[in-house]
Design a protein around this ligand. Structure first.
Ligand code: ADP
Ligand code: GLC
Length: 477
């Protein structure tokens, strides 16, 4: 049995801003099911909600600060969660990265550097808890200093760093190197320095024993200038210790047969009931209740990554077709405004909700016919997998995890029962429109459509296989 300390800045259902939380809330459970001793460590934000009891475990002194470690559990599991409690940094309204007005916390470097230092103390068992991990598994830039700081320790655990998104790197001014009192050995261009700035993500990319990404295709893409953000050289240099393991889906949360958010649950055998969700969704958004009109859905962060600009460019033409479109998301204020204006222009065809709404996200997956995900890049992406599970046909661009999890519908893939979505290549509005038109043709042939739905619903997106891959990786270190 391996001891694994799993380090993250968010985990569903404790705290979530995006897919990172979905993964960090479900992968540890899947690893625990393989009989491993895995514990999660996360800052104790004010917004963090635990439905399980929380108890004080021990205190630490780090960086001249008194830190308490509290213990709780991931709901529906035996996975212990250690909360790093330091109210001066974490006890404020807002999310892990931005304040209640959407501005990044001014002290983000200090907040996450302290978190990383605490993780190192715990990983070295310097609080004498008689628990020293064999592996410390870190996720995204917020945990990047952990592999770097651990590299300076004797008799340290092995380290894994998982990249969920190269677009977020944790870059800070040089002055923070002094402020954070970082060891001088780490400060050089082949270390934490990136063009005269402090890079948290480099702490993971340079110093972790192994680096993973959340899909095999993204692992290759980030070794090229288009996706590497200037770190492609480093990633290529590390290619023997770099690999992709595809994310799974938490079937306790995302299964149309048992989904607690749905009034009308359904499965491959009762696919007919999907239409009840469609009607409920249309009613909720005050769109005409009509089963035959194809309903397009989109859920996500409204940022360039997700190809929102392509959607905006397509929308006037799309609105000329016999379709409906529902969008749930928040992010870039400019995108939000443009989408709101378009929704006002087409009240019978388009409806949007700006904000974050977990239960509505489930209804949109269940009630839509088509899910739009034209991402410019996508390390893995979860919504295209949820869509397939819910009999909703995803339209995706061939990139990252989208390329790895959606099979395009072609005569041969329809014949061999693998077709489960529509895949297009180029990040342009015209390619997206072409994909939409191809989708509408298939929608008009109910037999093919149903076949695609069932192919997607039957795919195995469970965590089992990927959890085993992570375990094999831990074993190899
Ligand atoms: P990313 O992590 O890049 O945002 P993913 O597809 O991996 O993209 O995961 C996004 C997750 O966040 C999904 O669970 C999705 O349903 C959820 N999500 C994104 N935006 C919203 C929103 N506005 N309301 C509810 N859930 C959302
Ligand atoms: C990131 C990526 C997304 C991925 C998620 C979980 O937020 O943008 O593609 O699915 O992390 O790994």
């Amino acid at each position: 049995m391996k001891k694994i300390l799993f380090v993250t800045s968010e985990a569903h259902p404790l705290i979530k801003t995006g897919g990172l939380a979905d993964v960090c809330g479900s992968l540890p459970k899947a690893i625990a099911e393989l009989n491993q001793d895995i514990r999660l460590i996360i800052p104790n934000y004010q917004a963090l909600k635990s439905s399980e009891s929380v108890r004080f475990l021990f205190s630490l002194r780090v960086d001249n600060r008194n830190i308490n470690i509290l213990e709780t559990k991931l709901p529906d599991s035996n996975v212990l969660v250690w909360l790093v409690d330091y109210p001066t940094f974490y006890n404020f309204p807002g999310n892990p990265y931005v304040d209640e007005f959407g501005e990044p916390w001014a002290n983000n470097a200090e907040r996450f550097a302290l978190f990383c230092r605490v993780v190192v103390e715990v990983a070295m068992d310097r609080a004498y808890q008689d628990w020293k991990p064999d592996v410390v598994h870190c996720n995204d830039w917020q945990c990047g200093l952990v592999p770097a700081l651990l590299s300076l320790e004797n008799n340290r655990p092995a380290t894994v760093f998982t990249i969920h998104n190269m677009a977020y790197q944790g870059l800070f001014p040089v002055s923070d190197v002094v402020l954070l009192n970082l060891p001088g050995q780490l400060w050089h261009p082949a270390g934490l320095e990136f063009h005269n700035r402090l890079s948290f993500i480099k702490g993971g990319l340079v110093y972790a024993d192994f680096v993973t990404t959340v899909s095999p295709t993204y692992a290759l893409e980030i070794q090229t200038p288009e996706y590497g953000y200037g770190l492609e050289g480093l990633l290529e240099y590390r290619k023997d210790s770099l690999g992709g393991i595809i994310n799974g889906v938490d079937l306790d949360q995302w299964d149309p047969k048992t989904d607690v958010y749905l009034s009308h649950k359904f499965s491959t055998k009762t696919l007919d009931k999907k239409r009840l969700n469609k009607a409920e969704l249309q009613a909720k958004f005050a769109l005409p209740i009509n089963d035959s009109v194809p309903l397009f859905g989109l859920i996500g962060r409204l940022v360039e990554q997700k190809g929102i600009d392509l959607i905006l460019e397509c929308l006037p033409e799309l609105m000329g077709m016999d379709v409906q479109f529902i969008l749930l998301g928040s992010g870039d204020k400019d995108f939000e405004k443009q989408l709101e204006e378009l929704a006002l222009q087409y009240p019978n065809k388009m409806a949007i909700k700006i904000g974050y709404d977990e239960s509505l996200a489930h209804l949109i997956e269940a009630g839509s016919d088509v899910f739009l995900m034209p991402s410019r890049f996508e390390p893995c992406g979860l919504n295209q997998m949820y869509s397939q599970r819910y009999g909703t046909i995803p339209i995706v661009r061939k990139t990252g995890g989208l390329a790895d999890t959606v099979t395009d519908t072609l005569p041969e893939t329809l014949l061999n029962n693998s077709a489960s979505g529509i895949v297009f290549n180029e990040a342009s509005a015209s390619s997206l429109l072409e994909a939409i038109k191809r989708t509408l043709i298939l929608y008009s042939v109910p037999d093919s459509w149903k076949k695609m739905q069932l192919n997607g619903m039957k795919k195995d997106f469970s965590w089992q296989k990927s959890a085993q891959e992570y375990l094999a990786l831990y074993d190899s270190l």
